[in-house]
Design a protein around this ligand. Structure first.
Ligand code: ATP
Length: 307
């Protein structure tokens, strides 16, 4: 299902009205064009969980119908088990990088390897079975909370759904609802707050038990307090996994193991927050800019020490 979500997230940039009136998975599927390029090669083996690294090896990429490279001769090793932020100005290629990791698109030049194996040479389904994605806007359907979480893994048991909700620190809230996990979320999840919807989306990702968790602006639409609470949850659920988080919000990335700074399809800096802030490069400039912006504030404190 996340693939549908992923497509929806892309479509949302273009047709928000169509999205807001869409009511069912079926309708969504009918609406979607398959953006995937490249079928499985004959005899392609399945890919095991990512153990060592995801590497971009001299990758260039342009979208069809354009000859401008949005990724430009990119060589980059993303170490498994780390929390890695991808930051940079709008249009610098952050989401495209995630698209290439997910093999939603394939490089125009060069290759993406996973533990040394070209991502094009394994089955796409196996590659994606180890990954989950959380977006800024995640589709919730007017079904029960349980069914919404189970969209991450269709054969998940009730116990798995509940374990995922605990990880996302939304279990205790669910248990206060009249029908608990059977509560309907309403059209587009509008009985839930933005933070709660995001936690359901995190639960949907966690039920897949992914070795790679990809986040595309996952907390950028939230107010500052909610964002901080959800960042805290995300850093916890990322333990023992590879987390790759594309974001504009630099306050989200301070605690991450590594920050990759992109500009015009290239990596211009990488390091920890403290290393990058000590420099006088793009990161430092972006940081200074954001520190001078006013913040919104509301509330979603999350669930401390969910049992
Ligand atoms: P933002 O922070 O605004 O989300 P980004 O750094 O994630 O930006 P991308 O979304 O990867 O950047 O976009 C990089 C470039 O590719 C942009 O110029 C964008 O307009 C273009 N682009 C993105 N998606 C597509 C697409 N599906 N078809 C054509 N061009 C695209």
């Amino acid at each position: 299902f996340w693939e549908i979500s992923y497509n929806i997230a892309h479509l949302m940039h273009f047709i928000p009205l169509a999205i807001s009136s869409a009511a069912s998975v079926q309708h969504m599927q009918e609406m979607l064009d398959e953006p995937v390029r490249g079928a499985d090669r004959p005899g392609a083996p399945d890919m095991p969980p990512v153990a060592n690294d995801i590497t971009f090896d001299r990758v260039s990429f342009h979208y069809e119908g354009s000859d401008t490279n949005v990724i430009e001769h990119l060589t980059l090793k993303l170490q498994a088990g780390k929390s890695i932020a991808i930051v940079g100005p709008s249009g610098s290629g952050k989401s495209t990088l995630l698209n290439l990791i997910l093999r939603l698109y394939e490089p125009t030049e060069g290759r993406v390897t996973i533990d040394g194996v070209d991502a094009r040479k394994v089955t796409r389904d196996s590659l994606r079975s180890h990954m989950a994605v959380v977006f800024q806007e995640n589709m919730l359907f007017n079904m029960s909370i349980r069914e919404n979480i189970r969209l991450g893994k269709q054969d998940a048991t009730d116990a798995e759904v509940e374990a995922a909700a605990r990880k996302a620190e939304i279990h205790r809230h669910i248990m206060t609802l009249p029908e608990r996990y059977d509560t309907l979320v309403g059209e587009r999840g509008d009985t839930l707050s933005g933070g709660q919807r995001q936690r359901i989306a995190i639960a949907r990702a966690m039920v897949r038990n992914p070795s790679v968790l990809l986040l595309d602006e996952a907390t950028s639409a939230l107010d500052q307090t909610t964002e901080a609470a959800i960042n805290h949850t995300l850093l916890k659920v990322a333990q023992g996994r590879t987390m790759i988080w594309s974001t504009h919000r630099l306050t989200s990335v301070v605690e991450m193991d590594e920050i990759i700074v992109m500009s015009e399809g290239r990596v211009v800096e990488r390091g920890s927050h403290l290393e990058l802030i000590a420099g006088n490069g793009l990161y430092r400039h972006l940081w200074d800019d954001q520190m001078h912006q006013p913040h919104r504030d509301e509330s979603d404190e999350g669930e401390d020490d969910d049992d």
